[in-house]
Design a protein around this ligand. Structure first.
Ligand code: 4NP
Length: 159
């Protein structure tokens, strides 16, 4: 397994986890440099395949772009069982994602590697990243802020 690998997971892989992927890669590059960051395996996926093949939601792309993060090359895909072998850390957005990912685990050790992404920022609070899909633009900005802080907090732990 790649020792430097992280997968971000939400429901549709068009709103929250694409932002998580983009902002994490951006934060990592700032800390260790773009070249060194390329050695990390960073991806995102959805627990559903509803939006497979689609670009991130335009509202997610717009809010990330305001902060200098380009999500335009990312495409939605469904989480698959093989992801347990491919990624050391599996960071989910909410408890429903947690239940759905863990339901696919074949070994207890795999479930141990599935964590709520906001656990690094708010340990023990079971705090979700709210789904902004049915809301307004402000929801996307607040998702961005939560995920930018979470990236810094995970990197503090991992680097
Ligand atoms: P995401 O948001 O899980 O953050 O990508 C959603 C995207 C699409 C739907 C729900 C949530 N949907 O029901 O289509």
């Amino acid at each position: 397994m790649n020792p430097r690998s992280v997968l971000f997971v939400c429901l549709g892989n068009i709103c929250r986890s694409p932002v998580a992927e983009g902002v994490f890669r951006h934060a990592l590059s700032k800390r260790i440099g773009e070249q060194a960051a390329l050695a990390w395996k960073i991806d995102s996926a959805g627990t559903s395949a509803y939006h497979a093949g689609k670009s991130p939601d335009p509202r997610s792309q717009a809010s990330a772009r305001l902060h200098g993060v380009d999500l335009s090359k990312q495409r939605s895909r469904a989480f698959e069982v093989a992801d347990f072998n491919a990624f050391e850390h599996i960071l989910v957005m909410d408890s429903a994602n947690h239940v759905n990912v863990c339901a696919l685990a074949k070994h207890p050790e795999e479930k141990d590697r599935v964590q709520l992404i906001l656990e690094a920022s708010f340990p023990g609070h079971n705090k979700p990243v709210p789904d902004p899909y049915y809301g307004g633009d402000q929801g996307f900005e607040s998702v961005y802020q939560l995920l930018a802080q979470a990236s810094e907090d995970w990197l503090d732990q991992w680097l």
